[in-house]
Design a protein around this ligand. Structure first.
Ligand SMILES: Cc1ncc(COP(=O)(O)O)c(C=O)c1O
Length: 415
């Protein structure tokens, strides 16, 4: 009989196999110093384009004060226990009320991590008779939630309404057989390429088909719509979203997330999301800190204005310099280049070490072979100088990439 760990020794997994060459640099890098537009990486100051702190709240004095005061008053443990047992407070309830009011839904419920919450929400919302229809290019938390589903599922081509409707038709036929309903799930700002989900078109199809819509607005919350109320407001169809999800991990620069929708549905989630029912409640510093952040979203429109000013300057500058940004419609700024993984590694190394620019790199299997995305997330804390330096750096590395320099470097160090 085989030892269970035999496989682990020989197969470290799709990412783990790169650990020896990549760990600490390409994966699990350590960005040090206060969260800002420039941080320390390997002891060098770099322009940081990968920290999702869209509104610059992570290090905002009002946020530091609120977090610090809550931690000093309650410690990081309070409240102890799961919400259901002993971890419930008036502040958790207040934050839920304020989140619901902000996104104009009847009720909201907090979850500790968006990822776990999404997995459990999907698990709770469907039974084996129900049918799921989802976009092929969605976040891992949606994929994992769908994996738990014991019934039928149909995946449609990324952001393709024709394919969506085709699969909706199939799902309708299937659910007529099983006697279940249909749950449609999509990210509404796609995290890698920055397009918005086709919410308007999806919601319009509710007139023809009977389905419920769950959306993940992780990147839209705080960045799109009036006051940053999200993609539903940006497209004018918030009412058509049945279950709205946003995380505090991005614009809110915190931890935690929430679902919002009709009271009955949210109460059902509260009593049926297993990853939340059997896990400790969000600590008070996160809850009180989130209340302060939400207040800032409501009352400081200049934050979102500055974010978009920076986004527009970055995207216009890159386009002017001839870069392909795909069809982003949000702050997420993907720069598409052509090359293999070893070249991409040599290029990112050059970008960090010699140009002082730190951004995320996306390669196969997340995107097709031969394609590289350098992904930039602008924030309010970036300056025009950061933008100009970055565009100059990108022009420099593009010339080297096209001239085969990184291919030769990669070959010489056997990347
Ligand atoms: C699109 C999307 N959904 C969900 C999550 C998970 O949220 P959290 O970090 O709160 O677990 C993320 C990452 O933060 C994300 O990018």
């Amino acid at each position: 009989m085989k030892d269970l760990f035999e496989r682990i020794k020989n197969d470290k997994g799709p990412l783990g196999k790169w650990a020896d060459v990549a760990e600490g640099y390409y994966v699990f890098p350590k960005l040090e110093g206060p969260i800002s537009n420039r941080m320390l990486f390997n002891g060098k100051r770099v322009i940081t384009w990968s920290i999702n702190d869209y509104l610059g709240l992570a290090n905002h004095p009002a946020v530091l004060k609120a977090d610090g005061e809550a931690a000093a008053e309650h410690g990081m443990a309070y409240p102890m226990g799961a919400r259901m047992m002993s971890g419930h407070t008036v502040f958790h309830e207040q934050l839920e009320k304020e989140c619901a009011a902000f996104v104009e839904k009847e009720a909201a419920y907090l979850v500790n991590f968006g990822y776990q919450g999404m997995v459990s929400a999907i698990d709770a919302l469907v039974t084996k008779n129900d049918v799921i229809v989802y976009d092929m290019d969605t976040h891992a938390c949606i994929i994992d939630g769908v994996r738990l589903h014991a019934g039928k599922r149909f995946v449609y081509k990324h952001n393709d309404i024709e394919s969506f409707e085709k699969n909706l038709k199939r799902a309708t036929k299937m659910s007529e057989k099983t006697g279940g309903g249909i749950l449609v799930i999509s990210e509404v700002v796609f995290g890698m390429r920055g397009q918005q989900g086709k919410l308007k078109e999806i919601v319009a199809l509710k007139k023809t088909y009977n389905f419920r819509l769950l959306v993940d607005d992780a990147h839209g919350f705080g960045t799109l719509g009036d006051q940053g109320k999200g993609t539903g407001f940006e497209q004018g169809v918030q009412e058509g979203i049945d279950v709205y999800f946003a995380t505090f991990a991005k614009s809110m620069a915190g931890i935690g997330a929430f679902f919002a929708g009709d009271k009955e549905v949210i109460q059902y989630l509260q009593y049926n999301m297993r990853s939340q029912m059997f896990a400790k409640s969000l600590p008070m510093a996160m809850v009180k800190g989130a209340l302060t952040r939400l207040e800032m979203l409501r009352t400081m429109p200049e934050l979102k204005d500055k974010l978009w000013q920076n986004t527009n300057a970055l995207q216009a500058g890159l386009k002017e310099a001839g870069f392909d940004l795909g069809n982003t419609e949000t702050c997420i700024t993907p720069v598409f280049l052509k090359g293999e993984i070893p070249e991409a590694m040599a290029m990112v190394n050059d970008l960090r070490e010699n140009y002082g620019v730190f951004c995320s790199i996306v390669v196969y299997p997340v995107i097709p072979k031969g394609l590289i995305i350098l992904r930039l997330i602008p924030t309010t804390t970036h300056t025009q100088e950061d933008i100009d330096e970055t565009i100059t750096a990108f022009s420099g590395i593009r010339s080297k990439l096209e001239g085969g320099v990184y291919k030769r470097i990669a070959a010489s160090v056997a990347l």
